[in-house]
Ligand binder design. Structure first.
Ligand code: GRF
Length: 187
């Protein structure tokens, strides 16, 4: 059995998509959700799906800690950052080379970097009059949104789009592409 561990800080709709996608799989499972936000939507979603949740603090992220121990104990074959907002610890990246991926709601290298998440991304895309946006799935390195690209998908930006409408279109792309990419990487 291959184990996925998800890191998320927010609503968790992508985490839920992955959990449900692999629920009946005999070869791949979502083993745990790790979060730094105790009351994030992702916590309730994971609990409802019977997926264990691990919460951790900034101090645990900054230094070798119980976070490392709990992560190792889950024996991750792939770590998926799905709406995870802190810079991922370098020591953990070094321990799991080529096994950590991030999902980003824009066509990197545009609209990435520190502070570029959620509405800020879509606001910037609309403000710049882009005619297309999309999603990026990439390996995680020690900088925000800068690791090697794995897959991208595009969608149009339509006249009259609001950040919310664009986010909805982006989410649809994410729900399709993320499970596919994860499956491919774990084959
Ligand atoms: C997604 O749009 C993802 O690209 C970004 O954060 C968002 C998380 O959404 N990194 P959700 O929590 O999965 O609903």
């Amino acid at each position: 059995m291959k184990n996925i561990v998800i890191f998320a800080s927010g609503t968790g709709s992508n985490a839920l998509t992955l959990i449900r996608h692999f629920r009946d799989s005999e070869t791949i499972r979502v083993k745990a959700v790790f979060t730094n936000v105790v009351n994030a939507g992702v916590v309730e979603k994971a609990i409802q799906e019977d997926v264990p949740v691990v919460t951790f603090t900034r101090a645990m992220s900054d230094e070798p800690s119980e976070l490392d121990v709990l992560l190792d104990r889950n024996q991750p074959d792939l770590i998926v950052l799905a709406g995870y907002l802190w810079l991922f610890p370098a020591r953990i990246i070094q321990k799991y080379p080529g096994k950590i991926i991030n999902l980003h709601p824009a066509l990197l290298p545009k609209y990435g970097g520190k502070g570029m998440w959620g509405k800020a991304v879509h606001d910037a895309v609309l403000k710049n009059g882009e005619t297309e946006s999309g999603i990026s799935i990439h390996f995680v390195n020690e900088k925000y949104d800068a690791g090697q690209m794995i897959a991208q998908a595009k969608c149009p930006v339509l006249p009259g789009d609001t950040p919310d409408r664009l986010a909805g279109r982006i989410h649809e792309l994410e729900y399709r592409l993320l499970p596919e990419v994860v499956e491919e990487l774990l084959k």
